[in-house]
Design a protein around this ligand. Structure first.
Ligand code: NAD
Length: 457
């Protein structure tokens, strides 16, 4: 077994995930090869990929060093890659935080908008943290978009859960024993997960209808062979920039529920994916509506973690109410860990390579992707929206560090890496500079893009 050793080369470390039940890994062997090609060393905690179907031997073949324990990964790595970290791994995060050190870079899903207060401790430790949920939804960043990747997996799995739970088959069948009618599936919310659910349910042979508050998705729904449910609702102002839905008032949702009642009563399966970034999910299926569904019907609620689209949803549980089963889905991507890891790995690798030049982190302060995702750096909270949530002025850059003037060309700054010990003072200067100036741009950018797209706090 190749045991990782210290060197001047930047080392990327991948520890095992510690979130309960988490089976994904942040980097698959193909990702190791891509990072090595860019001049980075890679170390993986021994056995970390096993639960996703990636044995140690494949990592070794791809050129990664295997490290026997988790602490060693944190000790050795300059850049730590994770799936769930920070606020996305609440119960076990403290142990990781204690191991992070100044100058280290952490990349993963941190839930910085939901658990913003945790990011303060990350900043105070001098860790540069990029949160991948904040990848701007722009064409250039599509291959880094972990939310889309994980929503794709979740949409597919939601259909499998529905098919497994429903006491009927999905496809129409004409057999010697009679004709089997196809299952009727309604998908509410036709974003990334919803569109995948439509496609998957269609492939299984169901008759599919879908509704989304954003009229723009009608054509996408139809192109997948589903019928778009037309409700007499004024929804022309329902879309914000970035393609996300806007929060509507309670009267709108009341009317929507009323108009959807009949469609829901006529469905065997209802898959709900409706979400508004930064808000509790709208309640679109009431107890009364569930009671109106045929016995044996299934509601699969993908919004369970955001409070649920169905009034009866219990996160992480499948419960029967009358003859209807309501499944409150939680962390579905981890139930398909091989492909979820493969997609996540491609996203995080593309992101990391975007930050690397000649084997070192090199951050372009004008870059929208960096501005949007860099939550902490140089001892400060950098991301404008997170600053706003924490009561910091999103427009006010953190105070400059003393060494700031020493930094050279505008536009690009090299972030010091842990273990990059050539010249410590120079590294600190670079960090201070890059952090301070990036924040200035990040604040403005986040106000115009991320704020609109992701959350209103
Ligand atoms: P999401 O998870 O925030 O929401 C899921 C869906 O729920 C959305 O389509 C939303 O319109 C819908 N919804 C909200 N309230 C509803 C209601 N009351 N009734 C019915 N539906 C409701 O969104 P998402 O899936 O992450 O992405 C949404 C959109 O973002 C995509 O469809 C796309 O346009 C855009 N997007 C762009 C990129 C990119 O350009 N790189 C990447 C991914 C997504």
């Amino acid at each position: 077994m190749a045991e990782a050793t210290g060197s001047d080369t930047v080392t990327v470390g991948v520890p095992q995930e510690t979130f309960p039940g988490e089976r994904r890994i942040a980097l698959v062997p193909a990702g190791v090869a891509a990072l090595k090609k860019a001049g980075l060393e890679v170390i993986i905690q021994q056995g970390a990929g096993a639960s996703a179907g990636f044995p140690d031997s494949e990592y070794e073949e791809a050129g990664a060093g295997l490290v026997s324990d988790r602490t060693k990964v944190f000790e050795t790595a300059d850049i730590v890659l994770q799936v769930r970290t920070g606020g996305a791994n609440l119960d076990h995060w403290q142990a990781d935080l204690d191991q992070l050190r100044e100058g280290q870079t952490l990349i993963g899903m941190c839930d910085p908008l939901g658990q913003s207060q945790l990011m303060t401790a990350v900043a105070e430790r001098g860790v540069t943290c990029f949160s991948l949920e904040l990848i701007p939804r722009i064409t250039r960043a599509q291959s880094m978009d972990v939310l889309s990747s994980m929503a794709t997996v979740a949409g597919y799995k939601a259909v499998l859960i529905a098919a497994e739970t429903l006491p009927r088959m999905f496809p129409m069948m004409m057999t010697a024993a009679g004709t089997i009618a196809p299952a009727k599936v309604l998908v509410v919310g036709a974003g990334v997960a919803g569109l995948q659910a439509i496609a998957s349910a269609r492939k299984l042979g169901a008759v599919v209808q879908a509704y989304d508050i954003r009229p723009a998705v009608k054509e996408e729904v139809q192109s997948l062979g589903a019928k778009f449910v037309e409700l007499e609702l004024e929804a022309s102002d329902s879309e914000q920039s970035g393609g996300y839905a806007k929060a509507m008032d309670e009267e709108f949702y009341r009317k929507q529920r009323e108009l959807m009642t009949k469609v829901i009563a006529d469905s065997d399966v209802v898959i709900t994916t409706a979400a508004v970034p930064g808000k509790k999910a709208p309640v679109l299926v009431t107890e009364e509506m569930v009671q109106g569904m045929p016995d044996g019907s299934v509601v699969v609620d993908l919004a369970a973690e955001q409070g649920g689209n169905c009034e009866l949803t219990a996160p992480g549980e499948a419960k029967a109410v009358g003859g209807v089963t309501i499944v409150g889905c939680v962390n579905l991507p981890t139930t398909i860990p091989y492909h979820a890891s493969q997609m996540y790995s491609k996203n995080i690798t593309t992101f990391l390579l975007h930050l690397v030049e000649e084997g070192k982190l090199s951050l372009d302060r004008d870059d929208e992707i960096i501005q949007g995702t860099m939550v902490t750096g140089g001892g400060e909270i950098r991301q404008a929206l997170v600053r706003k949530i924490l009561g910091l002025d999103p427009d006010e850059p953190p105070p400059p560090e003393p060494a700031e003037e020493e930094t050279k060309e505008a536009g690009t700054a090299t972030i010091p890496l842990a273990g990059d010990s050539d010249d410590d003072s120079g590294s600190e200067a670079a960090a201070a500079d890059s952090g301070e100036t990036e924040n200035n741009d990040a604040s403005e950018q986040a106000e115009t893009d991320t704020n609109d797209q992701k959350s209103e706090g």
